[in-house]
Design a protein around this ligand. Structure first.
Ligand code: ZN
Length: 270
């Protein structure tokens, strides 16, 4: 190799090395700038989140709670009216002069019954009328024998039962003492059908009409108040004809958990 050629090769290699170095520096610069941009974006973003979370932040955070299915509702979250959950039983009597407000006439009333018993609280009468209309549409005619019952009427019925059964104790097994009847609240009704000759009967629960009511009452806010095998708690034998209004959410909860009103109120007040 001549000296001239050597120098020429040397210059060429030097030029190539410098070009390569320049390229590495440029790539490094681009990388560094990108990194700075990314870091800046991250920091700005972070500050924005912190600003929004803090009470003085300019961008308010909207907290959206996931929807809760009704069957998952905690008992305390149930929307209810305390008035509609009034407890009347052998331990909790109403005063003799208690008369519910807004008593409203109900539609489907059995023939030959005391007309003074044809009333319920407005909200209850509306739901009862709706329930019995829907029952009729599905081929089940249901009528009421007694809804609201005044203290004086309950006293007359109870005294009659004492005379018939022979003692207060015997009469009280199936009949409430005056003041201790749910009918005085205007929230309860006794149901029958033409097939039962408009009488209240233990076989109501097995009739197609009784089965329809037992299954659907909760949708209108009613519960079967004295279920089978709950006598120890309610103080009364099974009464398939006696339904009590409590409101739709409590009625659904009571139905799904197989409770009595007494058990429901205990759970509610825990
Ligand atoms: Zn009743």
């Amino acid at each position: 190799m001549t000296q001239e050629l050597f120098y020429e090769n040397f210059r060429e290699r030097t030029f190539m090395r410098r070009s390569r170095n320049k390229l590495i520096v440029r790539i490094g610069l681009v990388f560094a700038i990108s990194l700075i941009i990314l870091l800046s974006a991250f920091i700005i973003n972070k500050f924005q989140i912190l600003g929004a979370d803090s009470p003085s932040g300019s961008v308010p955070i909207q907290v959206v709670k996931p929807p809760v299915k009704s069957e998952e509702k905690a008992i305390k979250d149930l929307i209810y009216s305390k008035e509609m959950l009034i407890l009347v039983n052998k331990q909790n009597a109403l005063p003799a002069d208690y008369e519910p407000k807004d008593l409203t006439e109900i539609n489907a009333f059995a023939p030959g019954r005391d007309e003074s018993a044809r009333y319920m609280r407005k909200e209850v009468a509306d739901q009862l009328n709706l329930m019995l209309e829907d029952a009729k549409v599905s081929g089940n005619e249901v009528l009421i024998t007694t809804a609201y019952r005044a203290y004086w009427l309950q006293k007359a019925i109870f005294d009659g039962n004492v005379a018939k059964k022979g003692s207060v104790e015997e009469a009280n097994k199936t009949s409430a003492k005056p003041g201790q009847s749910e009918h005085q609240t205007g929230l309860a009704a006794d149901l029958t059908t033409p097939g039962l000759n408009f009488e209240i009967s233990n076989s109501f629960g097995e009739t197609p009409e009784g089965l329809w009511i037992t299954e659907n009452a909760k949708n209108y806010g009613f519960i079967l108040r004295y279920p089978k095998d709950k006598t120890e708690i309610t103080g009364y034998s099974y009464e398939p004809w006696h339904f009590r209004y409590v409101g739709k959410d409590p009625a659904n909860y009571i139905f799904e958990h197989g409770l009595t009103l007494e058990e429901f109120l205990l759970e509610l007040n825990k």
